[in-house]
Design a protein around this ligand. Structure first.
Ligand code: ZN
Length: 295
């Protein structure tokens, strides 16, 4: 099959900002803030690569001991961008992995290569950042948003935060970074996915997915207090501790399990394309949001 021109198959993105990520450093703590509040921080490639660049900057800066990831506006993250004017999944990117460009590839190859690089690859890369990372979550943390929070070492949530992965509705077995059975115990992970419903912050805390739940007004103060207490620890001690725990998780099957499920995930995308000509099973951002509201 000949390569195709995917770039002409989708409209040109219209970016609402040149700064999809904000970055600042104070007292040894880097703050990385997703800055697409108009679209509830939906993750397009413009944001993905800006986020990666911000993480790299924090890693390179010896003054940074801890990294906080947060979102501007009402929500942490609505997930991957599947419908804003800035949707740009079809464009070539300057990649961070050894995968080749997806943009002009046909059939299932397009999505498989794109997600190897931008979703699975990027999330693993962020999980391995050798400095402690803390997700400061308020409001919605949905689907692709979970991937951003889960790749962090700790999650501090406000009492209005909620978590969901509704993609089973699209016929897909969860988001690309399949950490569900590690973030939740397997039986709760099944419930979380089968129902696709919102899990509130209190239950997420009871299940061990988040470290603390605090009042919304206290979220920032609590998160920075924890970060500042971590920041006084020795850099190498923190890096080795993180590496140690990640390594044990991988021995428990996190990495190899994720590899296997990524194949199932792409079988589902391909199946959707075969039966409906739509990788997402006919859902867009609005119909997914509507289906959540109806529950
Ligand atoms: Zn996917």
């Amino acid at each position: 099959m000949a390569d195709i021109d995917q770039e002409n198959a989708f409209p040109d993105p219209i970016y609402e900002t040149d700064e999809p990520i904000l970055y600042s450093v104070k007292d040894g703590i880097a703050t990385i803030s997703m800055n697409r509040p108009k679209y509830n921080n939906a993750q397009n490639n413009q944001m993905t690569y800006a986020l990666d660049a911000a993480y790299c900057q924090a890693v390179e800066d010896d003054d940074v001991k801890v990294i906080i990831l947060k979102g501007e506006g009402k929500h942490f993250s609505a997930g991957h961008d599947i419908g804003t004017p800035g949707r740009d999944h079809h464009l070539s990117q300057k990649r961070t992995s050894m995968w080749y460009d997806h943009a002009n590839k046909p059939g299932a190859e397009f999505q498989y290569i794109k997600e190897q690089e931008a979703y699975l690859g990027m999330c693993r890369r962020w999980r391995e950042i050798p400095k402690p990372t803390i997700a400061m979550v308020h409001g919605a943390c949905i689907a692709g948003g979970l991937m951003l929070a889960w790749t962090c070492d700790m999650i501090i949530a406000s009492d209005d935060a909620f978590f969901s992965d509704p993609v089973v509705r699209m016929g897909i077995p969860g988001v690309e970074y399949f950490a569900h059975p590690f973030e939740l115990n397997p039986r709760i992970a099944k419930e979380f996915l089968f129902l696709g419903e919102r899990m509130n912050a209190d239950r997420a805390y009871q299940m061990g997915m988040v470290n603390r739940v605090v009042a919304r007004d206290d979220l920032e103060a609590e998160t920075y207090d924890i970060a500042s207490r971590i920041a006084v620890m020795p850099r190498l001690g923190l890096a080795l501790t993180k590496q140690a725990i990640n390594h044990i998780e991988d021995l428990q099957g996190k990495r190899t399990g994720m590899e296997a499920v990524f194949g199932m995930h792409h079988f589902a995308h391909a199946h959707n394309s075969l039966i409906s000509d739509d990788k997402l099973g006919g859902f867009d951002a609005k119909s997914m949001a509507d289906s959540q509201r109806k529950k």
